[in-house]
Design a binder for this molecule. Structure first.
Ligand code: NAD
Length: 497
């Protein structure tokens, strides 16, 4: 059995506890991963503390060069990374490459870190007084990441953290840990000094150790909302800065004037791609008006029928298995819940079996119609290949659905009416909005983050928000007296008046 290891300075030693990594395409266990504890974390923190001051003192251009080199190495290893990712997560190879590529785009942003860190300067803020600010690293940062983007989300975090001069400890999901370890190796191969990026594995025990460790100054978390909320509270109580992204239930509003063929095409990918295991998936569609709803449903049926579910390496497959048996059962449980609550199950993806891979964790696509906001299956995140139609009578009702939902990660509106789109974007109570864009994940030099129970803390991932999260601002007010006598009362608060 393959054994995945921690990647820390000095090595980890034997693990007291381990977890199983499954093979979603075929079922069963393919590897074990150690679950670390506070003692192991301590070792990693000590190595980080030893290495970080020299790294912070390395000029930003040299730090950026390592990012450039890392980018080259990831590109050269793209096939290996994508296959590794698909074999543990289950998403199809092209989607795994997208996972790596979206993370790499954050690394590309980090290649420009010298420009970003230039700071602010005011000459002559007062007589003989200049003011300038600098961004300094927080010291040691940690990242706790979910299973669904094992390449992109670690890079969202360690890219800006390391480029700004921090040491970073990554605690990836124990369900698909191989790619995060490989990315750590590639950073070291790119020339990153030992101790600046380390990868530790674990579950709650390791997460708690990270949250409680006094030497870790900032924690970035992405995962489900209850755990995000817990991580936020515990980390803040320990005096850290914490950004904790949570779950989602993104809505796609379909106005009567929308191009329905385009909408159906977009929805097929956004609802079912990656078996719905994306925090920016579109699992709820809200057609405005009964006529729009009927026409949309009619067009959705053949599109769903044409979806091909296959193993990750099947180039024709639109999506692969979900991550493990427990998640498969959870998703199928939500489908049953929807039926019990009175929603109309138009297409039932349960009981799907793929020939030759009968033990794989496959779920066929499901479609519900006449889902209503009071249903639990609407309120909660299903995170599977399940699309729910919630019919709205008019624009105001459609706008209120995502606005009042507990999650506020992403939302999309499909329309040809610029005025309706503009008003929707301004008024909707959600953090990321797509206008005729089904999955509005912001590009790397903008920032990613939801609202309400989709994110705790006030700073988003990557772009300038990421740089702000991983740095502290220091502001210097300097005066160079010219020697002439100065009056004034030193007991009064100085003003520039
Ligand atoms: P998860 O919450 O189960 O796990 C996330 C991380 O928390 C993992 O590293 C895990 O080891 C750790 N963890 C698990 N249980 C814990 C506990 N009791 N205490 C402390 N830490 C614990 O999430 P997941 O299933 O890996 O990922 C899917 C979830 O992540 C979905 O809810 C999805 O919407 C969300 N997600 C959100 C975003 C976003 O940016 N908002 C992006 C991707 C995924």
């Amino acid at each position: 059995m393959r054994q995945i290891d921690h990647l820390i300075v000095g090595g980890a030693g034997a693990a007291a506890r381990t977890s199983e990594v499954f093979d979603p395409n075929n079922g069963g266990v393919q590897a074990t991963v150690p679950l670390g504890d506070a003692a192991l974390l301590e070792k990693a923190v000590q190595a980080a503390q030893a290495a970080q001051p020299a790294w912070a003192a390395t000029n930003p251009q040299r730090r950026a060069r390592i990012m450039f080199k890392f980018k080259e190495l990831v590109e050269a290893n793209m096939d290996e990374l994508a296959h590794m990712l698909s074999s543990e997560h289950g998403k199809v190879i092209a989607d795994s490459k997208g996972d790596v590529q979206r993370g790499l785009e954050v690394i590309e942003f980090c290649c420009g870190i010298p420009h970003v860190l230039k700071g602010e300067y005011t000459q002559g803020a007062g007589p003989g007084i200049d003011v300038y600010s600098m961004r300094q690293p927080i010291g040691i940062g940690a990242g706790i990441t979910p299973f669904n983007f094992p390449a992109m989300i670690p890079m969202w975090m360690f890219g800006p953290a390391i480029a700004t001069g921090n040491a970073f400890i990554l605690k990836p999901s124990e369900r698909d840990p191989s790619v995060p370890v490989r990315l750590t190796e590639l950073m070291l191969e790119a020339g990153l000094p030992e101790g600046i990026l380390q990868c530790v594995h674990g579950d709650k025990e390791m997460v708690d150790a990270i949250l409680d460790h006094p030497a870790i100054g900032g924690v970035s978390f992405v995962g489900s909302s209850d755990i995000a909320h817990y991580v936020y509270n515990r980390g803040v109580a320990a005096g850290k800065r914490v950004q904790a992204m949570g779950g989602a239930k993104n809505h796609g509003i379909v106005m009567p004037d929308a191009d329905l063929d385009q909408v159906v095409n977009d929805l097929s990918g956004a609802a079912f791609g990656s078996a719905g295991e994306r925090c920016m998936a579109l699992p709820v569609v809200v057609p405005v008006g009964e006529d729009t709803a009927d026409r949309l449903r009619e067009k959705l049926l053949p599109a769903i029928d044409a979806l091909r579910v296959g193993i990750s390496t099947d180039e024709e497959a639109h999506y692969g298995p979900v991550v493990n048996q427990a998640h498969k059962e959870r998703v199928e449980g939500w489908i049953q819940k929807g039926v019990d609550e009175g929603a109309e199950l138009v297409v039932d993806g349960r009981g799907f079996s793929l020939q030759g891979h009968e033990d794989g964790y496959f779920i066929g696509p499901s479609l519900f119609d006449r889902v209503t906001p009071d249903m639990e299956s609407y309120k909660e995140e299903i995170f599977g290949p399940v699309l729910q139609i919630v019919r709205a009578n008019d624009f105001e009702e459609a706008l209120s659905l995502p606005s009042q939902h507990q999650y506020g990660n992403g939302v999309a509106i499909f329309t040809r009416n610029g005025n309706a789109a503009r008003e929707f974007a301004a008024r909707v109570n959600v953090g990321m909005v797509g206008i005729n864009v089904p999955i509005p994940v912001p590009v790397a030099y903008h920032s990613f983050g939801g609202w309400k129970r989709s994110a705790f803390g006030d700073t988003n991932q990557h772009g300038m928000e990421g740089v702000k999260f991983w740095t502290k601002v220091k502001t210097i007010t300097q005066r160079w007296p010219d020697g002439s006598p100065e009056g004034g009362n030193a007991f009064v608060i100085p003003t520039m008046g």
